[in-house]
Write a protein that binds this ligand. Structure first.
Ligand SMILES: [Zn+2]
Length: 104
């Protein structure tokens, strides 16, 4: 096998020889180097945000619903907590999404 001396092939060779490990949550095989940074989780599992307790009505739970992609649930929760209309709740949740995105 002839390897061309490009960054891409060098990266491929590195990926082949680098030690790998299995994700402690989903079992997918990935680089040991990543696992050391994430505490044993692959990137998708590391970034995954679990849904909050449905009985939790705190602001933190509201943010967690948004981060886990459940915007509709976040709007419903906001309406329930603030006793407001759907328009107001939607605006508030959209503002919160902007805020979360700005945090990175
Ligand atoms: Zn995983």
């Amino acid at each position: 096998m002839i390897l061309h001396d490009t960054d891409a092939s060098r990266r491929d060779v590195l990926a082949m020889i680098e030690p790998k490990t299995a994700c402690t949550r989903c079992g997918v095989t990935f680089l040991q180097r990543t696992a050391e940074q994430t505490g044993g989780l692959c990137m998708p599992c590391y970034k995954y945000v679990p849904e909050p307790d449905p009985d939790d009505k705190s602001d933190e739970a509201l943010r967690q619903w948004i981060k886990s992609g459940r915007t509709i649930t976040a709007i419903k929760l906001y309406r329930e907590v603030h006793s407001c209309g759907i328009g107001e709740a939607k605006n508030a949740v959209e503002a919160l999404i902007e805020e979360i995105l700005a945090e990175g």
